[in-house]
Write a protein that binds this ligand. Structure first.
Ligand code: SAH
Ligand code: SF4
Length: 354
C-alpha cells in the first residue's frame, strides 16, 4: 500500500461538507472522515474501518488526508513542555509546543513558516519568512498534539497562536483553523479557550473585532514609546502606538472582551521603571491584563533576560497604577516562555543566568 502523501491542501483543513465535495462522496462520508481526522486523530484512511473498503482505497489513492509529517520531539524537563518539529510537504519545517500544567493542557501553534516582521529579540523573526501555512497545516498541529496525549487527555486543551509567525498576516487560514478546531464534531474547543497573539497588526485587529465570537486577543507590546518599540518590533513603524491603542479601544467597543498585553522583559532595554510608567499610560482606557514574560535567550542575539529585582520594580510600578499584571519568576513556567524556550532546545543553547 502506498504511504499517504502529505499536502498543504489536505483533508485536515476542510469542513465535513467540503470533504464530501472533495472526495465526491455523500455528506455522510464527509462527516465520517472529519470525525476520524479531528475527533480520533487517525490520519490513515485505510484505518477508517466504518467506511467500505472500496471507498477507502479510492480516497486514499486520490487524496492526501494529512499535511504534516511529525519529526523530532524534544522535551524540556524544566517546564514539562514538549516541542514537536513537523515537516511540510515542500520540505519546510515548523514547530508546535504542548504544555502540561497539571490538568491544564495548552497547545502553542505556528501560523507561518518563519515570520516577516523581524522583531529583534525573536528567533523566528531573525530567521526570516518562508511562507504562510494553510488551514490544514495549522489545524493539524492541534490534532496531532491532542492525539499524542492518548489516555492523558482529560480536559479540552487551550489553544494559543503563539508559535512561529504573525497570525494576522495569514488571516484567512488562521480563521479557518479556529473554526475547524471549534467544530462540534471535531475537537469542539470553546472560543474562550483560544487566544490569538499579534505583534500589533492594526488591520488584523480591526478585522478580528468583527468576528462574532469570544476568541481571545493578546497583543505583544514590549515597549511604551514609539522609538523603542520601532526598534524592537519593526511593525510599529507601520502601526505606531497611538494607532494600536485606538484599534484596541475599537476592538473592545465591539467585542467587550478583556485582552492580554504581552511584555517580554529584556535587561536594560525595556525593563526600566520609566518603561513601566509608559506601559501604564498605554493601558489607559483598556480592559486588559499585563503578562510579563522573561526573555528566553536566542543564540547570536546580544540581549539578556531582565534580572529578578528589576522585574519586581517593573511590576511594582504597574500595581501602583492599579494595573493587573502577572510576573513569571521562574523562566519557562508559562506557555509564552515555553514557546520561545523550545526554540532554544532546537538550537542547543544553554540557559543564561539573568
Ligand atoms: N507573532 C505573534 C505571535 C507569535 S510570537 C506575536 O508576536 O505576538 C508569541 C510570543 O512570543 C510573543 O509575545 C513574542 O513577543 C514572544 N517571544 C518571541 N521571542 C521570544 C523570546 N526570545 N523570549 C520570550 N518570548 C518571546
Ligand atoms: Fe514574528 Fe511574533 Fe517573532 Fe515578532 S515576535 S518576529 S511578530 S513571531
Amino acid at each position: 500500500m502506498p504511504s499517504p502523501k502529505t499536502s498543504p491542501d489536505a483533508l485536515t483543513g476542510l469542513f465535513p461538507s467540503e470533504i464530501a465535495e472533495r472526495i465526491q462522496g455523500p455528506p455522510l462520508r464527509g462527516r465520517q472522515l472529519f470525525q476520524w481526522l479531528h475527533k480520533k486523530q487517525v490520519f490513515d484512511i485505510h484505518a477508517m474501518t466504518d467506511m467500505p473498503l472500496a471507498d477507502r482505497t479510492r480516497i486514499a489513492e486520490n487524496h492526501a488526508p494529512a499535511a504534516l509529517t511529525p519529526g523530532v520531539l524534544q522535551s524540556s524537563p524544566e517546564t514539562g513542555a514538549q516541542k514537536t518539529l513537523y515537516e511540510l510537504a515542500d520540505g519546510e519545517t515548523i514547530e508546535s509546543v504542548l504544555l502540561s500544567q497539571g490538568h491544564r493542557i495548552t497547545l502553542c501553534l505556528s501560523s507561518q513558516a518563519g515570520c516577516a516582521l523581524g522583531c529583534t529579540f525573536c528567533a523566528t523573526g531573525q530567521a526570516g519568512f518562508r511562507r504562510n501555512l494553510s488551514a490544514a497545516e495549522i489545524t493539524e498541529q492541534a490534532l496531532r498534539l491532542t492525539g499524542s496525549l492518548g489516555e492523558d487527555r482529560t480536559n479540552t486543551p487551550n489553544i494559543v497562536y503563539m508559535g512561529m509567525g504573525e497570525p494576522f498576516q495569514n488571516y484567512e487560514a488562521v480563521l479557518k483553523s479556529i473554526r475547524l478546531l471549534m467544530h462540534p464534531e471535531g475537537l469542539n474547543i470553546g472560543a474562550r479557550k483560544i487566544t490569538v497573539s499579534t505583534a500589533g497588526d492594526v488591520a488584523g485587529i480591526l478585522r478580528f473585532a468583527e468576528e462574532p465570537w469570544q476568541v481571545r486577543l493578546s497583543v505583544s507590546l514590549h515597549a511604551g514609546d514609539d522609538d523603542l518599540r520601532s526598534r524592537l518590533v519593526p511593525l510599529n513603524r507601520r502601526y505606531p502606538l497611538k494607532e494600536l491603542h485606538h484599534a484596541l479601544l475599537q476592538y473592545q467597543e465591539k467585542r467587550n472582551r478583556q485582552i492580554t498585553i504581552e511584555w517580554v522583559l529584556i535587561k536594560d532595554i525595556n525593563d526600566s521603571t520609566a518603561q513601566a510608567r509608559a506601559l501604564s499610560g498605554f493601558m489607559h482606557g483598556l480592559d486588559a491584563t499585563v503578562n510579563l514574560i522573561p526573555w528566553n535567550a536566542v543564540p547570536g542575539l546580544d540581549y539578556r533576560p531582565s534580572p529578578l529585582k528589576q522585574r519586581e520594580s517593573f511590576i511594582a510600578v504597574l500595581k501602583q497604577a492599579g494595573i493587573k499584571a502577572t510576573l513569571r519568576k521562574e523562566r519557562g513556567d508559562d506557555i509564552d516562555a515555553a514557546c520561545g524556550q523550545l526554540r532554544n532546545i532546537r538550537h542547543g543553547a544553554s540557559e543564561p543566568k539573568g
